[in-house]
Design a protein around this ligand. Structure first.
Ligand SMILES: C[S@@+](CC[C@H](N)C(=O)[O-])C[C@H]1O[C@@H](n2cnc3c(N)ncnc32)[C@H](O)[C@@H]1O
Length: 199
């Protein structure tokens, strides 16, 4: 297994788990502005666990979830290499969690508009189904439930997903704004911050 380092986090990588990329780095950048000490944190779609490990360095308690077994196992292994405690579960977006469980929730979802191939787990890292938005839509619909009042979501999306639609949907139940953006070769990616404030 190959090892690499991302922003001071040591990671084992494997062919069937998403290798941290530009989108991962943009979400990590956005975390720099957030107060995490004493918070209960969750990283959805954890992959290698890199974002969850970053959270666990400051949060009081951190959970990581991924749809698939290979990333869930690798995230646990990577947390041990970095000397942080991570509770890792296998599950579909936020369905495994109770109401009001977290202060901070992050998600770097699959966002390309194509269907994943069930015979190839790694395709679930980038293929987000219709408009590239299927996991993100379900995440946004459920986020106000698992966040504490005043809690914060940070999630990534792309102009391939219809950015206005994403922000409009997010703002129906929370207060949402783009806090980071980066142009890549064929599209632009954004990180939005969603605050769970009664509207
Ligand atoms: C773009 S990768 C991000 C990995 C890592 N968080 C990072 O930023 O490098 C998306 C991850 O989401 C996971 N995933 C896809 N659909 C999911 C779902 N419905 N529920 C939970 N995780 C999902 C994939 O298995 C993959 O690990």
């Amino acid at each position: 297994m190959v090892e690499r380092e991302v922003r001071g986090i040591r990671l084992k990588v494997r062919d069937d788990v998403y290798d941290p990329a530009e989108d991962t780095l943009l979400l990590l950048d956005a975390l720099e502005d957030q107060e995490l000490r004493g918070k209960r944190c969750l990283d959805v779609g954890t992959g290698s666990g890199v974002i969850a490990i970053r959270l666990a360095k400051e949060c009081e308690f951190t959970v990581a979830v991924d749809l698939l077994e290979a990333p869930a196992l690798l995230a646990k292994e990577n947390s041990k290499i970095n000397g942080v405690y991570l509770e890792v579960v296998q599950g579909d977006v936020l369905t495994a969690f109770r109401e009001g469980s977290f202060d901070v929730v992050t998600f770097n979802p699959p966002y390309l508009p194509e269907d994943p191939d069930p015979s190839s787990g790694i395709t679930y890292s980038w293929a987000g189904g219709f408009m590239g938005r299927e996991p993100l839509d379900r995440f946004l619909a459920d986020l106000p439930r698992v966040l504490k009042v005043g809690g914060l979501g940070l999630f990534l999306f792309s102009d391939l997903n219809d950015s206005e639609w994403v922000l409009r949907t997010c703002n129906k139940k929370m207060v949402c704004e783009v806090v980071r953006r980066r142009k890549l070769s064929f599209h632009e990616i954004y990180v939005a911050r969603a605050q769970n404030l009664p509207r």
